[in-house]
Design a protein around this ligand. Structure first.
Ligand SMILES: [Zn+2]
Length: 59
């Protein structure tokens, strides 16, 4: 059986690139819709991590 359904599942171990995955709602987590983030800078890249679910995005 072949299913060509591609659901957008969020991989919490992955760091998403903001250019490829812009916010569905600006300033909110795509996964849980939370607006609370933990920010850090790694190797000159701004990293935004959701405080609720841990989804990471480089901005
Ligand atoms: Zn989240």
């Amino acid at each position: 059986m072949e299913e060509k359904q591609q659901e957008e599942t969020i991989d919490l171990d992955k760091v998403y690139n903001y250019n490829e995955y812009p916010d569905k709602k600006s300033g909110r987590c795509d996964n849980c819709d939370s607006a609370f983030f933990k920010n850090s800078i790694k190797g000159g890249v701004f990293l935004r991590e959701c405080r609720q679910c841990g989804m990471k995005k480089s901005i």
